[in-house]
Every structure is written in C-alpha cells, then in structure tokens.
Write a protein that binds this ligand. Structure first.
Ligand code: SF4
Length: 1003
C-alpha cells in the first residue's frame, strides 16, 4: 500500500502532524474472514486467544504511573493476561509498529511489559477489595464499619447531621451543602476565599481523564480551590529544579535515552521504576549501553540494579546531588570545557542554528545594585533607551560579542558571556550589570572542587573524570534526574544545579539531550462537545490550604503584623509562592493546624498519606480528630492505613474496569495521545438505576443532590447548541474520546477497527451516547489504544520542536521570592545549599528508601507473585558498617530515629553495594492496612471481594503476609519547629526523603 494514498483516505484534511505518520490503515481489500480475526485467527498463532469468547483490548496499564500500553486479553469478566501494545512506543523501546499495521497483524506482535503489569488480575481481584459503601461504626481508626445503602450515603454526606450520635459522638457533622456559600471562610481575611474552600479533595494515583472529572466537580461545580495533588511525594524535588530552570514552564524533562551518548543519572532508579517505565527507559539504556552507543553513570548511595551495566557507579552521600553537580560545573568552567558557543547564543533563533530548540539566558544582563529597586531584575531595553517601540521595551539586553555595545537579545546571534560592568541607564544613572553566567559562576565558585568532593563524599578525581567525560560527549551528554535527586529539604537548589549541567553541555532542546515530551496529539477538551465549560461554572478563588502559589506578604496575617509593629516573620507556617505545587504534605499540615483556615470536609481519592508520606504516621492524629477533619470520606478500592479513619468509604473500580483517560507521554520525546478504556465490566455493585458504584457515580449523585451545575440532565454543551447529559461516567469520557478522534480527523469508515472494538471492548455498549459517525471515529482511536507519532517527528534535524524555548541559569522569579519564614530573598541562581542532615553521633546512619522493580509505592502489596518472590524487605547496610557494629546478615535489628525512638524491627541484609554510613529500606512493605490487619465489618462476606475466604462472621481476617517487612516512612524525622509535622523544603514544599538519621541496634 502506498503510504500517501492510505493517509489521504484515512484523514480528511489531516493536520500536518498526522500526515507525518499517524495514519491508520484502510481495511479496504480485506475480506470478511480477515476481519473476524478474533477469534478465528488465533488457532496456533496466538496462544492467548484460547476461545471465541476471548476479548482483546488495547488500553493503558496503571500497574505504576509509567502507564505503558497494554494489549489485554479477557474472558468471562476475567483478565487472562496482558502483553504490550505494539502500537505504543513504551512497549517497543520507542519503535512501535505503524498505526497503519492491520489489527490482525498486530495480534501476532507482543510488546513488552514489566512484571507488575502481569499481576493485573491479582490486583483487580484481590480478596481485600471492598465492594460496598461503608460507614464507620466505631471510633475513627478502630476499623469498624457497616455497609450503607447508596441513597442514604449520598444524603448523609450532602446534608450532614448527627450522623454518629449512636456511637456517643455528640456533634453535628457538617454536610457538603453547608459549605455552598460565597461568604468568606474567614471574614477577617477575605483573601482566603469563600466557605466553599472548606471542602478539600486530595488525590493520590490520579490520571488525566479522571483528573478532569474531579476538577469539574471540586473546582468548577462546587467552587473550592482545594483539589490537592500529591506531586510533592511523587518527586517534587527534581521538578523544582526544572521549575527554576524553565521559569515554571515545564518540570518534566529527562535525558533522551534514544540518542544520548552519555547520561548522568541522579537518583533515578532506571531499571526498577521511573516514568517512562523500566521496560521503556531502562531497557533502552541497557540495549544501547550493550551496543556501545551510550555510557551512563549512576549517582546513587545504593548501587541500584542498573549499576551492573553502568559505566560508573558514584556512591554519593544522600542529599548531596547538588554538590556533585556543582563540582562538575566548576571543573567545566575552570577548564573551559563547557559549550561556550551554545551559551553565547542569546535567543532561540541563534540556538536553532546550532541544532538546539531552546537557548539559555546566560548572556542576559541583570541589574546588580542593592540600592536600585531593579536589583536582581533583568535589564530591559526600556531601561537603557527611551527610543524603543512598545514591544522592544521589555526585551532582555546583552553585550554584543567582541564589543561594548548593549543590544536587544534578539538582535545578535552571539553575545558576551561573562559580563560584570557598570553602564549608564536611560536616565544617565550609573548601574552595575552582570550577565546570568557571571552570577551563576559566582555561586558555583563559592566552593572549591575539593569542598564539593568533601560535601558529596565523592573523591575529587571522580568529579573531574565524570566532568571530562561529560564534556567529551557534549552536546549528546545530559542528565536524568528523578526522585532521589532532590526530594529533601533544600532539594530545589540541588536539582537546579543538576538540571543546569545540560546548559553547560549544550544538550537542551536537542536530540540526545535534556528534553520534555512532545505532548499530546489531539485534545479532548473541545470539539463537538465542550467538556471544559458549562452553564453556572464557578471560578474557584482564594488560598489553598497548602499555601502553594500564594505569597505570605499578600496575607492579612502579614498586614496585621506589619500594621501593629509586630515582627512580620516568620509566618505561622510556610507559604510557597515559588512552587510547582501539589503539596499534599503541607496541605495535611495545614489541616492539622487549621492554618490558614480550618477545613470541614476532606475527601481522599486513592491516597494513603499515613503510609506514603515520610512521617505520615503523624497524620493519624489529624485524621482521627473530628475537630480538625469534621467529615472524612475516602474513595478507594481497599481499606488502607489512612482511610481506616474515614467516616465513609466509597468502593471504587480499578484501571481495568474504567479509569477512562487520555494520556500524553512522559518526558522525553514522543508525541501521542494514548487512551484508557475498560478491559472488563466493573465488579462493584450497581445503583438502582444500573450504574456501577465508583468515583464518577458518587460525584454525579452528590452533584445532583446539591443541584450543582455541570452535572445531570443539562451538563455538556454541544457545538450543535444542544446540551447533553452527564449522568454516568461514559457521558463524559466517550465525548472526550469523540473530541480527540474528531480533532485528529480520524476517518469513520474503518470497518476493521469498528468490528474490532465492537466485538472486544466493553465500552461498546455505550456507543449510543455518540452519533454513529462519532462512534465510528472513536473506534479507530480505541482500536490502537490511541494516536502515536514516531520519535523522529519530534525533531527538526537535531533540534527538538517542543518544550521550553528558553532555560534560565539565573531565575528572576526565584530571586524575587521572599521566604515566609526567614523574610530573606531566595538566591536566584546555582549555589550550594547544604542538606539539613549534618550528622548526629547518636544516629550515625542516613536513611534512604527506594522502589523494587515488582512494586510501586503501596498497592502492589496485593501482587501475589511479587510477594512470593520477595515476601519482605530488608534493612540494607554496608558490610563494613555491619562488621563494626558486630551485626551479621539475617540479624533482626532495631532501626530508630530521632522522631521514632521506639523504632521498627527489620531483618538486616549486608552488602558492599551501598555507601558506608547509609541505610536503605525499600518502600511497599510494612503495611498495617490493605488486609494486613483484621477489621470488623457488618456483613463482611458481602463487602469483601474474597467473601468467606477472608471473613468470619463480621470479622475480616488479616493475611499476615501482607504486613511483613517495614515501612521506612515510619522513621522519617519530623519538624520540631512546626508542630512536629513532616519536614519540608522552604522553597518549593518538597517533603524530605533523605535527611533522616537513624541508628541500628541488634534486637
Ligand atoms: S512499567 Fe510496568 S507496571 Fe508500570 S505502566 Fe509499564 S508495564 Fe505497567
């Protein structure tokens, strides 16, 4: 088939990107039996198509948040197995089959998935899944519940009342309806917003699709600002580095593993975790390293599995990634081994000519005069000349290369890099100006390479050798940083320095460099259906309970202190004007201290903060206190360490049953919109009108009971001026799919795709929601699991087409931000800021945590095979340290910290593959919930999916194997300065995973 012909027939007026390789095959010319490939096709060719009843669905995994594609096989409501979707780049090391490949042919091709994905059935059908809505019948946290009828559940949550008086709780529980008021939540502090903000909805494992649905309810129908994500515990540290480096434009950047030649990997567990997952990113590194195309260096206190293939393992001291990066940067500058030509390019056009899609602001001048109100701000053309147009006024200013002339940054292709001089501004005032590079260099040169070696615990020679190798491979030398690189107090500056290495090598915005993803291929938001807007849509306003993106200086608290002559600093708790956000830890600390206002209703969605937050145990007291959390509701699939405190638990469905969604790639590279659809029908019971009990049904019914806009009969405006209903999940998601298909100009006569989807996909039963034509287009989208564009389409030659166009080694916004605790401005460039762990003779080891390949954070404890292979975790310690303490492999040991002096007991595993002075404990074990402890639930056998296998009368019998091992988060240090809540970084609100000091004693 000629490519051009099929593409023209598939996409009517297809946009350019689609013509670049996103076309789907025409089924013309295939006979009927070719198309009824499923099941007649399978005999002897595909072992999983074992019967005519077997269904095949291309959808997305959520075994972890890497969300690779999957080709799922189901039969009779059970999942037989999953393999990788060969159309998806994440299952094929970045080289998927073309979307034009017929479905029939694709069935013979299996992409790769990791071991976690294969446990889908163990997860979905865990006997400890709950099936019925529950209401608490004991004290919070006691683990006593009873099923509650759906209509009553909705009424009680909406209206409140004396809901627990039969338990002796003499209080009126506020209902959600009580919060539907535009009066100020604190009349003395109107900036905090309306009473609606007393509703806080915290999200754990959230995906695009459901995120839009939840935001629709919380923000735009209810009108609360408090939909709080969990970016902080997910890896805010490295994201803050990128946030500073890109002026907040993008936080997801990584080394391009498909074309890089040298990658320094900071705190990213590439063979066991990461996004894209180990079967994508890690496997690509392994393959290219084996072929000699790539060298990679692992910077990690623990020799993670990838160290076996690494060019080097650098066993860095925990929390000192910044010192190591700064040592390299200093060496590169001193030895003139950085990419000067790239840094001298003052604008994007100049960078493009060098093969980079983005430039660095290294040459841009900054006013440096403490007596000038512009101190720390970029010099603008309007500052030095009045003879400029309105547009030119705000242009940055550079010194033309080889001279003294000040010019607009867009006027020249090359500018002076290292500038520190006095100039006359437009009004004749003499001011000092410095280039961003000059300021950065000063910060870097505050310490010698010897100092950086001492701080990081990496010898000077290694720093120099890595720096030399990095320089040798430039511009194909970049870094991959993740959770470990900055998730600790002061991690913003560490991750900023790590990210800035890419400026020195010139790898920004280019193939083999430090890049974002290419984004999505087609939008769900608008098309025939407007899924963003609706009549009565609210604009949430006010300050989030986490104080993210809010400045303390704008608060009534600050103004009151100021006018009364009180000391304005510190604020009661930190505020975070300069952050990516998603501050779940600080939100819970705010709830605990009712600061800046008390909340009334807290919903937890797939979120287990007590288990997953370092020091999360601290929040048991918060969640169990009805004064701090008057109404606590959880939406989840099981009863965990956090929702055991809930007043109500709403059983949800898993990703196999209906976490509909549309997802774009993780960094780096690629451009796609992948879609998630159910593999099987939901296994939760149905409401009276036949909808499955799940998140969406719950929110729709709450909304209808409160008459909120955007839900119910007249909810979704159509382009045709009609308003469509939102009464079930599919009303929303199918219209989102339809918009995606329509915006991509997918054809609607692909018979093979339509037959494939209608025969195999459970979602087909909702096809009447769409017009015939819309549904047919959606079938084309669903049949391949989304729309995917090849890697090469992300580049013009070497230059990356997408992502930020400018990177900053001096950040004006950061320099302009005042710390709400100290009252001092943050430093606007690279600088060594030591971690708070300065050693403690009583607690001589530093604790770190990590993930294993077969586990994610918490829910994978239901993965039976993983549990059989690794029934518990261990306390990893260097053999030399163990010998000094006279401890041996297999000993039971106490691990104690300053904040947990009672400690936890674990089994010691000694190894040479961990830095001396460090103790590592993997996450995922040490559960108290999710089946690890018994519960009392009325009618338990009908509540638990395992029925009588896990219940005895009203008792849910625990499975001790689910509770084995220890949870390192139980040891994490708390902050004594702020009410013993978990430690956080004052710039971005990063929780601390690497500063806790512990001691290890024999049991
Ligand atoms: S890495 Fe594994 S568990 Fe995670 S999404 Fe990919 S296949 Fe699924």
């Amino acid at each position: 088939m000629k490519k051009g012909i099929s593409r023209r027939t598939l996409f009517k007026g297809a946009p350019f990107f689609l013509l670049q390789g996103c076309a789907l095959v025409s089924s013309k010319g295939m006979n009927k039996s070719d198309m009824t490939i499923f099941p007649s096709y399978e005999k002897g060719t595909f072992k999983y198509l074992s019967s005519p009843e077997t269904r095949v669905i291309h959808t997305l995994c959520l075994g972890c948040n890497a969300r690779c594609g999957i080709k799922a096989f189901s039969r009779d409501g059970k999942i037989e197995t999953v393999t990788g979707n060969p159309y998806h780049p994440y299952n094929t090391l970045g080289q998927p089959i073309s979307l034009e490949t017929p479905l029939e042919k694709s069935l013979k091709i299996s992409g790769s998935v990791c071991g976690k994905a294969k446990e889908i059935s163990n997860y979905v059908f865990s006997p400890y899944r709950i099936l019925m809505p529950l209401k608490r019948v004991g004290k919070r946290g006691e683990g006593k519940f009873e099923p509650i009828e759906w209509e009553r559940l909705i009424t009680e949550i909406v209206n409140g009342g004396r809901l627990f008086s039969h338990l002796g709780e003499d209080r009126h529980v506020p209902g959600l309806k009580d919060l539907l008021s535009d009066e100020s939540i604190d009349p003395d502090a109107p900036e905090l917003g309306p009473k609606r903000n007393g509703f806080c909805f915290m999200t754990g494992r959230l995906q695009h699709g459901r995120k839009a649905f939840i935001d629709r309810f919380v923000k735009y129908a209810f009108g609360s600002v408090n939909r709080i994500g969990h970016t902080d515990i997910c890896g805010l540290g490295f994201r803050m580095g990128n946030y500073a480096f890109t002026e907040g434009e993008a936080v997801e950047l990584k080394a391009d593993p498909w074309s890089a030649k040298y990658i320094i990997i900071f705190g990213a567990n590439v063979y066991e975790a990461l996004q894209p997952g180990l079967n994508t990113y890690g496997a690509t590194l392994a393959k290219r390293a084996r072929n000699g195309d790539l060298k990679f260096v692992i910077v990690d206190p623990r020799a993670q599995k990838a160290s076996a293939h690494a060019h080097r393992w650098v066993p860095i001291r925990p929390g000192q990634d910044g010192a190591f990066a700064l040592g390299i940067i200093r060496w590169l500058i001193e030895n003139k081994r950085f990419n000067r030509q790239y840094l001298e390019a003052p604008n994007r056009q100049a960078a493009l000519e060098l093969g980079n899609g983005a430039y660095v602001n290294a040459t841009h001048l900054v006013v440096w005069d403490e007596n000038d109100p512009r101190h720390g701000k970029f010099l603008r053309l309007g500052d030095v000349s009045s003879d400029v147009s309105k547009e030119e006024k705000d242009h940055f200013v550079v010194v033309k290369k080889g001279g003294d002339e000040l010019v607009s940054y867009i006027e020249v292709k090359c500018a002076e890099l290292n500038v520190d001089k006095y100039i006359e501004d437009g009004e004749g005032k003499r001011i000092r100006v410095r280039s961003a590079f000059n300021i950065m260099q000063e910060g870097v040169f505050e310490h010698s390479i010897e100092d950086y070696a001492r701080f990081s615990g990496v010898d000077k020679e290694t720093i120099e050798e890595v720096a030399r190798e990095f320089s040798d491979h430039a511009p194909y030398a970049s870094v991959c940083q993740y959770h470990g690189a900055g998730n600790y107090v002061n991690g913003t500056y560490a991750a900023y320095a790590v990210a800035a290495l890419n400026a020195l090598s010139g790898s920004l915005g280019r193939k083999g460099g430090y890049i974002t993803s290419g984004g999505g291929l087609s939008s769900w938001k608008k098309g025939s259906y407007d899924l963003l807007n609706f009549q009565g849509k609210r604009k949430p306003r006010g300050i989030k309970i986490s104080r993210e993106k809010a400045d303390y200086r704008d608060s009534t608290e600050y103004r009151k202190k100021q006018s009364s002559g009180e000391k304005t600093y510190p604020a009661t708790r930190p505020w975070f004007p300069f952050t990516k956000g998603g501050l779940s830890v600080e939100a819970l600390s705010g709830i605990d201290t009712k600061y800046p206002y008390p909340i009334t209703a807290l919903f937890l969605y797939f979120f287990n903060p007590v288990y997953s937050i370092p020091g999360g145990n601290r929040f048991k007291a918060t969640l169990s206190d009805p004064d701090k959390v008057p109404l606590l509701v959880s939406i989840d699939i099981g009863i965990n360490e956090s929702n055991i405190y809930a007043d109500y638990i709403i059983p949800d469905i898993t990703y196999a049953e209906g976490h509909y969604g549309w997802l774009s790639p993780h960094a780096p590279a690629f451009k796609f919109t992948a879609v998630r659809t159910p593999i099987i029908e939901p296994i939760t019971p149905k409401t009276r009108d036949g909808r499955p009990i799940c998140l969406e049904t719950f929110l729709i019914d709450l909304a209808e009971a409160m008459n909120l806009p955007g839900f119910g009969q007249n909810a979704i405006p159509g382009k045709d001026s009609r308003v469509y209903p939102l009464k079930q999940a599919e009303d929303f998601y199918l219209r989102g799919f339809s918009n995606i298909a329509e915006n991509a100009n997918l054809r609607c006569d692909d018979t093979e795709a339509i037959e494939f989807v209608e025969r195999n996909y459970p979602v087909s039963k909702y096809k009447a929601i769409l017009t015939k034509e819309e549904w047919r287009r959606v079938c084309v989208l669903l049949s391949r699991g989304g729309l995917f564009s090849p890697y090469e389409n992300c580049f013009w030659g070497e230059a990356f087409k997408y992502g930020p166009k400018r990177f900053t080694i001096y950040n004006e916004g950061l320099s302009d931000t005042v710390c709400s605790i100290t009252g001092r401005r943050f430093y606007g460039s690279l600088r060594y800021v030591p971690p708070i762990n300065q050693g403690d003779p009583d607690f001589p080891f530093t604790l770190i945590s990590y993930k294993q390949a077969l586990h994610t954070q918490s829910r994978t404890i239901w993965h039976k095979v993983a549990l059989e292979l690794h029934p518990q975790n261990f306390v990893l310690m260097n053999q030399g340290d163990a010998a000094r303490l006279k401890l041996r492999d297999g000993d039971l040991v106490w691990v104690k910290s300053r904040s947990n002096r009672d400690g936890v007991v674990g089994e010691l595993r000694t190894t040479w593959t961990i830095r001396p002075g460090t103790v590592a404990i993997s996450i995922s074990y040490g559960h108290k919930g999710l089946g690890a402890s018994s519960l009392k639930i009325r009618n338990a056998k009908h509540v638990m999916l395992g029925g009588e296998t896990v219940t005895q009368g009203d008792i849910v019998i625990s499975d001790q194997s689910l509770g084995k091992g220890i949870n390192p988060n139980e040891l994490s240090d708390l902050d004594y300065d702020f009410g013993n809540t978990p430690l956080i970084d004052l710039v971005g609100g990063i929780p601390d995973f690497s500063s806790t000091c512990v001691r290890v004693e024999p049991v």
